[in-house]
Design a protein around this ligand. Structure first.
Ligand code: SF4
Length: 377
């Protein structure tokens, strides 16, 4: 297949669904989709409503905005409000609530906060405004971290000194391990993260079948990708196999992207610990600038409070991020917490499970699904 439409073909979806029905058997199967992009596709296309009831999809911690704890948002606001700073961020992060409001509210109070589409946009602002200190709020997994790394390499090469990065980049393997070690959840396999795997490849997931006995299928983001990923997981279980497979082979290579990995290695090092929303502190799960790039490290250039802030009592993002509850099971879902008035991070980004369910999933409970017939009886 070559075009996106072919990955949304209802006739092809029905064929894969028929294969899924044949593979299900009498067991219940719980699979976690790690990536927020998967969650978005699943709700947008009503996929969970066409799967047999014995196949349950739970959502993992793969939305980069969702896993940022409130304290890091407050740190970002503290930097943004320092004199002379022009603080830049992706649009999603502007509405993520910290203990001290969000970046949009800081902007309303007078801070110079601007949204950018890429770290290169932020670097361009630094070049255009040599009298200002331009800070980039870097978030994301290994998917987006290479663009931050390449921007820092360019800043060094071009001698741009009024630019710095507040790094909140995180890595994908430690949270998967934390979830596997969690007593809260029983999983039978993973739809592996397609975006991250374009950079890191498939090899880092081998510990999942080898040490935990769970299959992984790295999966793409169109409806047929998701269905085929589920079908491949079920086939492994039915055939008694347990391995890492690659459904997204049109994009993902086993070895990943060596040039992107080299850029990451040149610029970043692992933090000893990093706090994840809902998962707590996880060792070696995030990236900081290494000593070669200390001059561009916002955490060294500015006074960053580093205060830990507890989530609001009503917020159950942690349980959603671990797949322990579904978005609609949170007590404030759709009432106090909506995309317009988010209490938790999962309601902010389109990849957040709560936002995806609010925007698409609840509608699919009332109208027909887009990939074929309704859930089989
Ligand atoms: S509804 Fe809001 S508070 Fe509840 S889990 Fe979702 S984002 Fe968090």
């Amino acid at each position: 297949m070559r075009f996106v439409d072919e990955y949304r073909d209802p006739a092809a979806a029905r064929i894969v669904l028929e294969q899924i029905r044949r593979l299900v058997g009498d067991e219940h199967h719980t699979f976690m989709e790690v990536c927020g992009g998967h969650t978005h596709t699943i709700y947008r296309h009503g996929i969970e409503h066409v799967l047999p009831e014995a196949v349950e999809l739970v959502h993992g911690p793969g939305c980069p905005v969702c896993v940022i704890p409130m304290g890091r948002v407050d740190d970002a606001i503290a930097v943004a409000e320092q004199p002379g700073v022009m603080f830049t961020s992706f649009g999603d992060m502007m509405r993520v609530p910290g203990g001290n409001g969000n970046l949009l509210e800081a902007k309303a109070r007078g801070a110079d906060v601007r949204f950018v589409y890429s770290p290169l946009d932020a670097l361009r602002l630094a070049v255009e405004h040599p009298d200002r200190e331009v800070v980039f709020f870097a978030v994301g997994f290994e998917t987006t971290a290479p663009s931050t790394a390449l921007t820092l390499l360019k800043a060094r090469a071009d001698g741009v000194t009024n630019f710095s990065v507040f790094s909140n980049h995180v890595t994908i393997v430690p949270p998967i391990k934390a979830i596997l070690d969690s007593p809260d959840l029983r999983l039978d396999g993973f739809l592996g993260p397609g975006h991250v795997s374009t950079v890191v490849g498939n090899r880092p997931y081998r510990f999942v079948p080898e040490q935990y006995g769970k299959p992984v299928v790295t999966t793409g983001f169109e409806p047929l990708d998701i269905l085929q990923g589920v079908q491949m997981l079920l086939a492994q279980r039915r055939e008694g196999r347990c391995e890492v497979e690659n459904q997204y082979s049109r994009i993902v290579r086993d070895e990943g992207n060596p040039r992107a990995l080299a850029a990451l290695a040149e610029v970043f090092e692992l933090r000893p610990h990093f706090e994840w929303r809902g998962l707590g502190f996880i060792a070696q799960s995030a990236l900081k600038l290494n000593s070669d790039f200390a001059a561009w490290d916002a955490e060294l250039r500015f006074d960053v409070p580093g205060v830990r802030v507890a989530d609001p009592k009503a917020c159950q993002c942690g349980e959603v991020l671990k797949g322990v509850i579904k978005p609609w099971e949170c007590k404030v879902f759709g009432t106090a917490c909506t995309p317009q008035t988010p209490i938790g991070t999962c309601m902010v980004s389109s990849e957040g499970a709560c936002a995806a369910y609010y925007n698409f999933g609840r509608l699919h409970r009332e109208v027909s699904v887009s990939v074929g017939a309704g859930r089989p009886s």
